[in-house]
Design a protein around this ligand. Structure first.
Ligand code: KIV
Ligand code: NA
Length: 262
């Protein structure tokens, strides 16, 4: 299999072939998504709340992101791997941002993602100058959820220009793609038309160059998922059935049988 690379993502935008991206945090799942032909695996800091049980993404550490990134890299042969710089690992200086990005690349990522447009342009530029691919993330940025007053759509009405300016700033700083989260569809469409680099939407309508979902939402692992998401399966239900089947078999002395024994 041929590895998906940055030029392939750009070509998909040019040829209007939608780019598919799912979050991924371990090797087992990476192998499955890779074989399913998902173009980009995002080791998102959503790892913190979806997998590690933290209240929010801000608690996840760079060390935890390195472990998850390395696992995904071991599981995926084709997909392009993007890893999130977690909260607190890049904001204080460009030097810190580069050092943190280097660690995720060493762990196996092909690019790093960080949140913020104009406010993070210098960090993006510094990381790119270090020879590392960057994916931007604008609109609703979960790491600053408290400042934004919760998960709210960004770029409505008068805020529209601010989102467009952030998108342009991310591109001009040298990013290779940008995630647009919870942005009105018409704003995302305009940003997608203006930018040369691919836009990947989540809660940003159908006109972006690609779509990303948190895999546990996508596969039905959770009781609740946001309106912009969609369940494409009932993996949580299937897993619960498998566990219950094992429990019943062992309790009822139906497993193991002679076939499973030596
Ligand atoms: O961490 C994450 O899951 C993300 C996606 C929602 C884009 O950043
Ligand atoms: Na994230």
């Amino acid at each position: 299999v041929k590895r998906v690379r940055v030029q392939h993502l750009r070509r998909m935008k040019e040829q209007r072939e939608p780019i598919t991206m799912l979050t991924c945090y371990d090797a087992v799942t990476a192998r499955i998504f890779d074989a399913a032909g998902i173009d980009v695996l995002l080791v998102g800091d959503s790892y913190g709340n979806t997998y590690l049980g933290y209240e929010s993404t801000v608690s996840v550490s760079l060390e935890e992101m390195e472990v998850a990134t390395a696992a995904v890299a071991r599981g995926a042969k084709r997909a392009f791997i993007v890893a999130d710089l977690p909260f607190g690992s890049y904001e204080e200086s460009s030097e810190r941002a580069v050092a943190s990005a280097v660690r995720l690349i060493k762990a196996g990522a092909h690019a790093v993602k960080l949140e913020g447009g104009i406010r993070q342009a210098s960090a993006i530029k510094a990381i790119v100058e270090a020879g590392i691919l960057v994916v931007g993330h604008i609109g609703f940025t979960p790491q600053s959820e408290n400042r934004l007053g919760g998960p709210r759509v960004q770029g409505r009405g008068e805020q529209k220009d601010a989102v467009i300016e952030d998108a342009v700033a991310v591109q001009e700083a040298g990013a290779s793609a940008v995630v647009l989260e919870m942005v009105p569809a018409d704003v995302a469409k305009k940003v997608t038309r203006i930018l040369r680099i691919p836009t990947i939407g989540i809660g940003a309508g159908a006109a972006t160059d690609g779509q990303v979902l948190v895999w546990t939402d996508m596969a039905g692992m959770t009781d609740w998922s946001p309106r912009f998401s969609k369940r494409f399966g009932d993996v949580g239900g299937a897993l619960a059935l498998a566990a219950a089947g094992f429990r019943d078999a062992v309790k009822g002395r139906g497993f193991p049988t002679e076939e499973n024994s030596f």
